[in-house]
Design a protein around this ligand. Structure first.
Ligand SMILES: Cc1nc2c(=O)[nH]c(=O)nc-2n(C[C@H](O)[C@H](O)[C@H](O)CO)c1C
Length: 158
């Protein structure tokens, strides 16, 4: 059976890993064609190694890496470093790791923030599934200004 990896953090203030897991569990073939392997790490700087291990030791075909950068300048700097680590893990493994970061300052209203987070994580879980099993779904949306977590922007010249 194929494996899709999900890694999330304790630092996040929303259970991002469960959102991804539940979205994947609703997709066709769950439990038959693929299963989900989940790991939780302390914070976003720990995501890259965890994702690499999911690929190399747990045989995951793709990984969704969920993190929530805090609002401080230090958090933003660290988020950039964490993102570079995830990029490196992708290149080293030759396997996609979808970086799903929801930045605390993207939305100040907690209810809207939660909605944004659910939407982004859920959409990327579907993207991961499509990348593995239905790349034509991505192809037909090429150049459409698709966004995860907010309204789509649409093509430049509609
Ligand atoms: C400054 C900082 N900010 C964040 C953050 O905004 N979000 C997050 O998930 N984790 C943060 N961390 C923790 C680091 O990512 C990491 O978990 C620790 O440095 C231990 O490796 C740190 C150290």
């Amino acid at each position: 059976m194929d494996r899709i990896g999900v890694v999330d953090t304790m630092f996040a203030r929303i259970d991002m890993g469960s959102i991804a897991e539940n979205r994947l569990a609703a997709m066709e073939g769950f439990g038959e064609r693929f299963e989900v392997v989940r790991v939780t790490v302390p914070g976003f700087k720990d995501l890259a190694v965890a994702a690499r291990r999911l690929i190399e030791k747990e045989d995951c075909a793709i990984v969704i890496a969920c993190g929530m950068p805090g609002g401080a300048e230090l958090d933003q700097a660290c988020a950039h470093e964490a993102a570079q680590g995830i990029m490196l893990a992708q290149v080293l493994t030759g396997t996609h790791i979808l970086e799903v970061f929801v930045h605390t300052q993207e939305e100040s209203d907690p209810v809207k923030f939660e909605e944004l987070c659910r939407n982004r994580v859920g959409s990327h879980a579907v993207n991961a599934y499509w990348m593995l099993y239905a790349p034509e779904e991505l192809r037909k949306r090429a150049g459409q200004g698709i966004r995860q977590g907010g309204p789509d922007t649409g093509p430049l010249l509609a």
